[in-house]
Design a protein around this ligand. Structure first.
Ligand code: ZN
Length: 497
């Protein structure tokens, strides 16, 4: 196992830290999952791909990752605050469905989209509604510590009291006094002693759809509570990495830290990781702006802002071309460029998997070429070790690809690398593309069948010197997105870049 080479930017300390797991080789990784009341959209793709890549790289390093990603199916209210309608219940009323039908439908569609993006399934995918007793126990624990209070069947977290002993706001850098003075002007404090307090349990009105018995009456859990309940249940009271989008840092993750400390007297998480946001043509995505794009719309091209369809692997590749802490702007131009880059990478993958070392031509080694390959390999790993810098790693992978392509086209002879370096070059490329970056070919079995038939006809036409037929097949293949390659000793194909 490669150890102590990985550095992670910890949002909590605001600096890169050498990664030292709590109990290696096991790693606890928790990522806030979707609230399942609508189709997954662009905003879901970035944390999904980012933390999938974190999971893949840690696994590649030899760690045993327990990756927990929850499904929020209750308690997430409109406006993300402590008042308003439950997002799932609202959708259920609108569509005359059971709330659990809504949750199931959008959990299924989320899974479909995550599979398309080639993300690994989480080790555990717990649902908030499946963990009501655990959440009630947490509320009781916080009350026992004197850090919560009950009003009319609802329970609130006492932030001021908590802050006497701990520091509320340390993750997001918020100052409590400023939060209080900032929120005074707003109304809606309602039952709270202080506007900065947050709900742990909410009393449910009779028309409320999803509700459970509790020691404080019939109600439902506050949104922040579920992640504390499920992460501590499956990963322990303190675990290695908690991930999520930057938008969740406050109040959601700040509240998780407060709940964890209140119950267990220790910080729940060692490394907090946050991916930056995405924009569309430079703007924030929002329903009112008309630039809200679901992943299905992106994959089909069925949206007024899209000039064409973009495949899931194009999206995955595009996300990986930026470091996860940088902003990422979606535009047709950027996506078309990403599509080209992805096809280059994947053509390289096909070539690399079939390329053979051939020692019968030269018996001398080209030290200069060998050095370049070795540099690119170690640089690619160094980039990943530097806070999962996929953007830089991809650059180095392209340098390796140049060498592979040179061998493929006959510009370089494989023997100049020596067998050991040649094999290392090929395996590093395949491991990076396949395993670490999670990029795969997207051609269907049908397409492969068609391709095989057309290539056979092409070869026959070429042997028969029927050049009209040759040109015709070439055009047919182009329509399907493939280019024929007439090599010295064989006929090959590639994805059109
Ligand atoms: Zn969460």
């Amino acid at each position: 196992m490669k150890q102590n080479t990985l550095k992670i930017y910890n949002t909590l300390s605001r600096k890169k830290e050498v990664f030292e797991p709590l109990s290696p080789p096991h790693i606890g990784l928790y990522v806030c999952g979707p609230t399942v009341y609508g189709d997954a959209h662009l905003g879901h793709s970035r944390p999904a791909v980012t933390f999938d890549t974190v999971n893949r790289y840690l696994t590649h390093m030899g760690y045993k990752v327990r990756y927990v990603r929850n499904i929020t199916d209750v308690g997430h209210l409109q406006g993300d605050a402590d008042e308003g309608e439950d997002k799932i219940a609202k959708k259920a009323k609108l569509e005359q469905l059971e709330p659990m039908e809504v949750a199931q439908q959008y959990t299924d569609s989320y899974h479909r989209d995550m599979e398309a993006l080639n993300t690994w399934k989480p080790s555990i995918e717990p649902r908030a509604t499946g963990h009501i007793p655990e959440q009630i126990a947490l509320v009781q624990g916080i009350l026992d510590e004197g850090l919560g209070y009950v009003v009319n069947g609802s329970v609130y977290f006492d932030v001021l009291k908590y802050n006497e002993k701990y520091q509320y706001g340390k993750l997001s850098g918020r100052i409590l006094e400023e939060l209080i003075s900032g929120s005074r002007a707003l109304d809606g404090q309602g039952e709270k002693r202080n506007p900065v307090d947050f709900a742990l349990w909410k009393n449910a009105s009779s028309e409320h759809l999803m509700k459970w018995e509790s020691p404080w009456g019939v109600g439902f859990p506050g949104w922040h509570l579920e992640c504390t309940a499920m992460s501590s249940k499956y990963l322990g009271k303190q675990f290695d990495i908690h991930g999520g989008g930057m938008d969740l840092m406050f109040p959601h993750h700040e509240c998780e830290i407060a709940q964890g400390n209140a119950c267990n007297h220790q910080d729940p998480v060692k490394y907090w990781m946050h991916n930056n946001m995405i924009t569309i043509n430079g703007q924030k995505m929002g329903k009112s702006l008309g630039n809200f794009i679901t992943l299905q719309e992106l994959f089909s091209g069925n949206h007024q802002l899209l000039e064409q369809a973009y495949s899931p692997m194009t999206i995955r590749y595009f996300i990986l071309t930026a470091h996860y802490r940088s902003t990422l702007d979606f535009s047709n131009d950027a996506l078309i460029a990403a599509q080209k880059g992805y096809k280059k990478i994947i053509n390289g993958l096909r070539i690399a998997k079939n390329l053979q070392f051939n020692s019968d031509k030269n018996d001398w080694l080209d030290e200069n070429q060998i050095n370049q390959v070795e540099q690119s390999i170690s640089s690619a790993y160094r980039a990943m070790d530097d806070d999962f810098n996929t953007a830089q790693a991809i650059g180095h992978i392209f340098n390796i690809l140049k060498k592979i392509n040179s061998v493929y086209t006959g510009q370089l002879h494989s023997s100049i690398f020596g067998k050991e370096i040649f094999d290392k070059m090929i395996s590093t490329y395949v491991v990076f593309v396949d395993e670490i970056l999670g990029l795969k070919e997207e051609k269907s079995d049908n397409q492969q069948g068609l391709l095989d038939v057309l290539l056979k006809i092409y070869t026959e036409a070429k042997t028969a010197k029927n050049y009209d037929k040759v040109d015709e097949i070439r055009l047919d293949l182009k329509e399907l997105g493939f280019v024929v390659k007439d090599m010295k000793d064989k006929i090959d194909w590639a994805y059109e870049e």
